[in-house]
Design a binder for this molecule. Structure first.
Ligand code: UD1
Ligand code: MG
Length: 450
């Protein structure tokens, strides 16, 4: 049966108490994307584009974000078997196979989903994906006989011998839709946790003499996220996958382990990224870009041949055109730095345009906020902004204009004009030695007193 005839149910209603969080567990993020969205993306890559997502009541106002998937609210969290029952009651799978995945198991790959569906096709009523974690701990154990799966026993209900079984339940299961409906209706909650376990379906299927099979997946794909430590482990796995993918696509990561990517980071070719750089959401990088280390980016666009960092911060709305240079300790927010323009040292450029080929000197600040409104600074093409210029927005600096060092620009500077605002400098000739002698004497007399 092709994947298109498989209906998926995504269980995402659990309380996630072990996360100790006000945020529902499935909305915690890996590489900038909620766990549940990782699961849905994996399903979609396997050709399953419509799923029923079972949500807890606290997410009842978020159903729209799941479109085009169906959603159903599990008002009382009575266990994974009950969650599947709620989904099947709302959306009849008719003749389809039903693939159940847990939203707290977000690293599942397309290949593994397809392998399990293939296994199910060999006339079995149920196929379960098992795995062998380093520490089987609280995972359910698969009770097998030859290549037949007999039952799944939850750790809390397992005997000492059963706890020694290394083959665990990943939570991923595919079953004949009609039969699964009957089995989840027949589940009982007479177990340690008093829950309706989906895992008990296997024993019910075997009691009906139906074939149940299992296959094994990789640990890295099947870690379940139940607490913050699990979340950190999963983040590491996701980051390693993304790092490998971008390197395969032509990006040099000088020290991959210290570069953090987001699910939507996009690179052109021949980009070089130095160590300790964080890509937040919405970052688009062109080709032949050099990113020196220790940078932080979010919702920013970096054009071809731009050079950024080290220690640069690009905040939302930063747009660097081709060949722009952004240097150390420079923060750019909601500003376009046009072709070949340079902001190389110790500057804040916010709500601004820096025209083509302009040079912004060290320590330049756009004073964009008066405590009430944000205002715009517009720097013309080829302008030269002197060190420590303060541009009090709203203000325009014309094409080819120059501002002197330390200028506070409060009114527009016309094209090709030079703006200076410094107070006249006074030199007191030959007074430096006397000044130093006086300072020294004061310091020595203070020392005697103490
Ligand atoms: C479950 C399995 C266990 C397996 C492990 C794999 C059961 C009974 N146990 O245990 O065999 O080894 O996953 O990670 O299935 N959920 C609901 N509604 C509920 C309860 C849970 O939607 O009423 C959802 C949760 O959001 C979560 C998933 O189901 O995404 C699994 O629930 P969880 O409580 O994490 O089960 P585990 O104890 O991890
Ligand atoms: Mg779990």
């Amino acid at each position: 049966m092709p994947a298109a005839q498989t209906i998926a149910i995504v269980l995402a209603a659990g309380m996630g108490t072990r996360m100790r969080s006000d945020t529902p567990k499935v909305m915690h993020q890996l590489a900038g994307m909620p766990l549940v969205d990782h699961v849905l993306a994996g399903l979609s890559a396997a050709g399953i584009t419509k799923a029923t997502v079972v949500l807890g009541p606290e997410m009842a106002d978020q159903t729209a974000r799941f479109a085009p998937h169906n959603t159903v609210i599990q008002t009382e969290r009575l266990g994974t078997g009950h969650a599947v029952k709620v989904a099947l009651d709302a959306y009849d799978p008719s003749e389809s196979d039903v693939l159940v995945v847990y939203a707290d198991t977000p690293l599942l790959t397309t290949e593994t989903i397809n392998a399990l569906l293939e296994q199910k096709r060999n006339d079995a009523a149920v196929a379960v994906l098992g795995f062998r974690p380093d520490d089987p701990g609280a995972y359910g154990r698969l009770i097998t006989q030859g290549d037949q799966l007999e039952s799944i026993v939850e750790a809390a209900d397992a005997s000492t011998d059963e706890l020694k079984i290394e083959l665990c339940n990943s939570g991923v299961l595919v079953a004949n839709g009609q039969k699964l409906g009957a089995w989840v209706n027949a589940l009982k909650n007479d177990n340690t946790k008093g829950e309706f376990y989906l895992t008990h379906v296997v024993a019910l299927a075997r009691a009906d003499n139906e074939a149940c099979v299992f296959t094994e997946g990789e640990v890295d794909e099947l870690v379940g996220i139940n607490n913050r430590a699990d979340l950190a482990v999963a983040e590491g796995i996701v980051q390693n996958r993304y790092r490998a993918a971008v390197m395969a696509a032509g990006v040099t990561l000088q020290d991959p382990a210290s570069v953090f990517l987001c699910h939507d980071t996009t690179f052109g070719t021949d980009v070089e990224v130095g160590p300790f750089t964080v890509f937040g959401p919405g970052v688009v990088i062109g080709s032949h870009v050099t990113i020196k280390g220790f940078c932080h980016f979010e919702n920013a666009t970096i054009g071809d041949r731009a050079v950024v960092g080290p220690y640069a911060r690009l905040r939302p709305g930063a747009e660097l055109d081709e060949g722009a240079h952004i240097g150390n300790f420079v923060e750019i927010k909601n500003a376009r730095i046009e072709q070949g323009a340079k902001v190389n040292h110790l500057s804040y450029v916010g709500d601004a345009r820096v025209g083509q080929g302009a040079n912004v000197g060290a320590g330049t600040i756009t004073a964009n906020y008066d405590g009430f409104n944000k205002s715009k600074t517009n720097i013309g093409a080829g302008a030269s902004i002197g060190s420590n210029t303060v541009l009090v927005a709203p203000v325009n600096v014309g094409d080819g204009a120059i501002t002197g060092a330390g200028t506070v620009v409060r009114k527009d500077v016309p094209d090709n004009a030079i703006a200076v605002s410094e107070a006249a400098q006074r030199n007191r000739e030959g007074t430096a030695d006397a000044y130093r002698a006086q300072k020294k004497a004061v310091k020595e007399s203070n020392g005697k007193d103490s």
